[in-house]
Design a protein around this ligand. Structure first.
Ligand code: CP
Length: 332
């Protein structure tokens, strides 16, 4: 049984193959490949793009989808083994996952980081608990560690913009925010760009390092794909010749209080403006997974500029997810 909860389920070759399928589906919609199949989606956190694009993907493939929101008309769920369930959680994943598996043919889960640090994110407890107890293929709708469908959509957007991903200079640049946001998206940008053979620079202020396990996994993909990976605290130097400026806010490590992250004038300079694009390549593009807080993470002038491909990037969620769903059923 196939799952797609982390990039390691595909690896570099699998990602390349799935991007080809997604491009083909975008050119020629495949019709009712998944006729009669049902996708169940369980959201522990809100969504605009993920929920809509998965529902539309299943409809285009001839199937159905059911979306459930934990704690909102659905029992609050316990995922820890051995928990004494005398709190507000009425159902355990050990029952919920196999029961849902009797109704649906593929199960998606969105469960963000608990904010307990990189080691806890790496365990990815909620999605892995579902993966252990579900009896059907699982797909990630974003978990504590990764957002693999976002990573695929990002690489499809890079490929469409530059005709390839190999050697494309991608700068993942930290951005300010009022809150220490999770690292699933920056982790996935690094992992998927490494698997796609990009020339990646991760630029962030001191104290905002990505986790060791994610960095080691990215390096292992780079050895297979020929990607180059650098880390720097010098944003301006990183942007020299950049083809892709990918901005994302994420929290410090170890996790700090929520104060002071955006308040520091030194850190506010990390928010991209048009000036940040001056050292970039003339055909540079700007990416962000969305949602984005305008004039906190990214300036209006960048989001409204010709550099921005954020809407194309969001559209590509649909095509890569159609490809991923087809792959889970052996149809791609
Ligand atoms: N990028 C993304 O996953 O968007 P949503 O949170 O709106 O689903």
């Amino acid at each position: 049984m196939r799952h797609f909860t982390h990039l390691k389920d595909l690896g570099p070759k699998g990602q390349a193959a799935l991007l080809k399928v997604a491009s083909e589906f975008k050119r020629n919609e495949p019709g009712a490949l998944l006729k009669g199949k049902v996708l169940g989606m369980l959201f522990f956190n809100p969504s605009l793009r993920t929920r809509t694009s998965f529902e539309v993907a299943m409809a285009k493939l001839g199937g159905l989808s059911v979306a459930l929101e934990e704690g909102s008309g659905v029992w609050k769920l316990e995922t820890e083994d051995g928990a004494i369930m005398n709190g507000d959680k009425a159902e355990h994943v050990r029952e919920a996952a196999p029961v849902l598996s009797r109704y649906v043919d593929v199960l998606g889960v969105r469960a963000f980081s608990r904010g307990m640090g990189q080691a806890d994110d790496d365990v990815d407890g909620v999605i892995n608990a579902f993966r252990r107890h579900a009896k059907v293929p699982m797909i990630s709708l974003e978990s504590a560690r990764e957002h693999p469908c976002q990573g695929l959509a990002d690489m499809l957007t890079v490929e469409e913009s530059f005709g390839q991903t190999q050697g494309v200079k991608v700068v993942l640049s930290w951005a300010p925010h009022m809150r220490p946001l999770p690292k699933a998206v920056p982790n996935s940008v690094l992992l998927h760009a490494a698997a796609a053979g990009c020339d990646i620079t991760v630029a962030h202020p001191p104290g905002f390092e990505l986790g060791d396990a994610v960095r080691a996994e990215a390096q292992s993909y780079a050895q297979q794909s020929g990607a180059k990976i650098r880390y720097t605290h010098d944003q301006r130097a990183a942007l020299q010749g950049a083809h892709v400026v990918y901005t994302k806010a994420w929290g410090p490590e170890p996790r700090a209080s929520e104060d002071g992250i955006v308040a520091s004038p030194a850190l506010r300079g990390w928010m991209p403006t048009l000036k940040h694009f001056e050292p970039c390549a003339s055909d540079a593009i700007f990416l962000h997974c969305l949602p984005v807080r305008r004039n906190v993470e990214v300036s209006d002038e960048v989001l409204d500029s010709e550099f921005s491909r954020v809407v194309d990037e969001a559209e590509n969620r649909l095509w890569v997810q159609m490809a991923a769903l087809a792959w889970l059923f052996g149809k791609a």
